[in-house]
Design a protein around this ligand. Structure first.
Ligand code: ZN
Length: 83
């Protein structure tokens, strides 16, 4: 029964299928997200997702890099950022 419940959750909960390192449904403030990484596909877009998409656009143009490495943020930092 429990296995069935877990299976049902896996099929219906977005979080289980999201390939972004920082999913909108992930409530951990310490989750890390690097510039250029995938953005959660949840709709409608949150301010945090819009910020990530802006960062990714800039990243493709060579911004948000530190010594050639993509810059990293925690979820908390991204939420407070004004980018
Ligand atoms: Zn997601």
């Amino acid at each position: 029964m429990l296995a069935l419940l877990i299976y049902k959750n896996m099929k219906t909960k977005h979080w289980y299928n999201c390939s972004s390192p920082l999913c909108t449904e992930d409530k951990s403030p310490k989750t890390l997200w690097y510039a250029g990484e995938e953005v959660c596909g949840c709709r409608p877009l949150t301010d945090l997702q819009k910020r990530q998409l802006r960062i990714n656009k800039g990243y493709l143009k060579g911004r948000f890099q530190v010594k050639g490495e993509p810059r990293v943020w925690t979820q908390e930092e991204l939420s407070k950022s004004r980018l």
